[in-house]
Design a protein around this ligand. Structure first.
Ligand SMILES: [Zn+2]
Length: 113
């Protein structure tokens, strides 16, 4: 389950932010996860609760914001929305797609005190 190490990465970023911005409690973490990131949101929630135990984010809520997968279709010449990597273009059925978005995993916002 690689979500566990992803959660550790998230906590690291939160701790860095805490040092930079000078807060010591985190109440909510808003995390953006793209549909193409290959990340299981439920596993992320579970991993987060485990990883933040005893840290400044112990007991913090994890709010997950899903971002749709986006790709540029070379055949159509415009951007389309895809549910999964290697999906066919929903407009022309072609496979000449370049992923342009939806593969992100990043902290959007923190509620701190
Ligand atoms: Zn197309």
């Amino acid at each position: 389950m690689h979500e566990m190490s992803l959660c550790e990465g998230v906590l690291q970023v939160v701790e860095e932010q805490a040092r930079t911005l000078g807060f010591n409690r985190v109440k909510t973490v808003w995390l953006e996860i793209g549909d193409l990131a290959g990340v299981d949101a439920e596993a992320m929630r579970f991993g987060f609760d485990v990883v933040v135990k005893g840290s400044l984010a112990d007991g913090a809520a994890l709010e997950i914001i899903r971002l749709p997968g986006r790709a540029w279709c070379l055949a159509c010449g415009h951007e389309v929305t895809v549910a999964q990597r290697f999906d066919a273009c929903p407009d022309c059925g072609g496979y000449q797609l370049q992923v342009t978005g939806g593969d992100e995993l990043r902290i959007k916002e923190l509620e701190v005190e």
